[in-house]
Write a protein that binds this ligand. Structure first.
Ligand SMILES: Cc1cc2nc3c(=O)[nH]c(=O)nc-3n(C[C@H](O)[C@H](O)[C@H](O)COP(=O)(O)O)c2cc1C
Length: 404
């Protein structure tokens, strides 16, 4: 599958809360991710931000009223409700949540919520006392009973100066929740263990041996698996990118730390994807003091081979069918032959091979071009794709294996 947002029709309901202005950024981000956005505003919302702002950002007229349409061929609340893949309401006021909980149809948004069969995702945002009031909590529970998904508000300082739950969550959290609502939950109940990033092998307190891996591919895999319903543990070497929302992050530095973290999480994993670029060597003896420029250690480094974590996992798995074991091979020449050799040697189910010298592929790039090789020698070359889309293609393949 492509990324969850690509080509999706999102109806974005905005209600009369102080956080309405934040919806502007969300709309831009959704469009950047490839979604089509149509905005519906309550009358109160138009007191905070004008419809013109959201029309300009979404590229579509903004609908605010049930009775303004003069088009005899379409009744707006029905046609909008039928077309959308998701009804997203952010910020959702206490008032709108009360109306939704009771199935009221006296606003355009209320009518659409009743008329649509698409998932409904609600982001409550209000003063914390309002949010924690038993009436609001009861209304939220009622919304859950009718299968609306409620994303709890973030905690922090409110516009009114109070502290507590009630803030509209930041975009990474919202993005993850929206992506999940738009994705088939076809990896639900699977436990993915994903490794990502480089390792760092210390030479002394200030220097280390490492490589050019940024973790982008592994993080994309972890994010995509989470969106599709999996429980995800991400064992990551040092990277500069934020962890995907909702995954359990285990931070490690060296190959030995990564080996231990992977080994600890092995028993619960149903799928293991090893996309980290683990250093093949570490210093036989790292120096507790900074190595001086003119010392003998400065010109000669004694190296010891690090454990081959993937080989160990393959041996541990043996003839068992679980967990599914997926390796990554970053090669600069003979990459398919090398991939095939590693797949057999390490007892893998799949290996994903990429040519690190290729244009727009490999380390640091936002795109990748891979070939997936399976146990039977079958090779599936993919075109140049974003790392997010590449991740979904790899997961499609894993899902196929899980089903069979
Ligand atoms: C300055 C101001 C800020 C407000 N902020 C919020 C808010 O963040 N959350 C909320 O539930 N209500 C808030 N309200 C109250 C709503 O605007 C009010 O309940 C309104 O009837 C909501 O209508 P709607 O749900 O149809 O948009 C605010 C009101 C004012 C005047």
């Amino acid at each position: 599958m492509a990324t969850p947002f690509a080509g999706k029709q999102i109806l974005f309901g905005i209600t009369g809360g102080i956080a309405a202005y934040k919806a502007a950024d969300w709309i831009r981000a959704l469009r950047q991710d490839g979604a089509e956005v149509t905005v519906i505003m309550t009358e109160a919302a138009t007191k905070f931000v004008t419809p013109l702002t959201f029309a300009a950002l979404s590229g579509h007229p903004v609908e605010c009223d049930i009775f303004t349409s003069t088009n005899p061929e379409s009744i707006p609340h029905i046609s909008l409700a039928k077309q959308c893949d998701l009804l997203l309401i952010a910020p959702a006021t206490a008032n709108t949540i009360a109306r939704l909980a009771n199935g009221m149809a006296d606003t355009l948004l209320g009518c659409i919520a009743l008329a649509t069969r698409a998932p409904v995702l609600i982001f409550p945002a209000m003063n914390s006392a309002m949010y924690l009031h038993p009436a609001s909590q009861r209304n939220i529970e009622r919304c859950k009973e009718i299968h609306y998904t409620i994303i709890p508000p973030a905690c922090g300082a409110m516009a009114c100066g109070d502290q507590g739950p009630g803030r509209l969550p930041e975009w990474p959290c919202a993005q993850a929740a929206i992506a999940t609502a738009l994705s088939p939950q076809d990896l639900a109940n699977q436990h993915f263990l994903v490794t990502a990033g480089p390792t760092q092998e210390p030479l002394d307190p200030v220097r280390f041996l490492s490589n050019r891996s940024t973790g982008k591919m592994g993080y994309a895999l972890a994010r995509a698996a989470k969106e599709r319903g999996a429980i995800v543990t991400l064992v990551s070497g040092p990277t500069a990118i934020p962890p995907p929302w909702g995954v359990k992050l285990v931070e490690v530095r060296t190959a030995l730390e990564m080996q231990q973290a992977v080994s600890e999480h092995y028993p619960t994993a149903t799928v293991i994807i090893k996309s980290a670029a683990v250093s093949d060597f570490r210093l036989t003896q790292s120096s507790p003091q900074k190595i001086k420029k003119n010392s003998a250690e400065a010109t000669t480094l004694g190296l010891t081979a690090n454990p081959d974590i993937l080989l160990e996992l393959g041996n541990r798995k043996g003839a068992s069918t679980s967990p599914i074991l997926v390796g990554f091979a970053a090669e600069s020449d003979q990459h398919l032959e090398e991939g095939q050799r590693k797949l057999l040697q390490k007892n893998l189910d799949l290996i994903v091979v990429n040519d690190i010298l290729g244009h727009d592929t490999g380390f640091a790039s936002d795109t990748n071009q891979i070939t997936i090789i399976d146990k039977n020698g079958g090779q599936t070359p993919l075109p140049l794709l974003s790392k997010d889309e590449t991740a979904h293609r790899v997961l499609d393949r894993i899902k196929h294996m899980l089903n069979s």
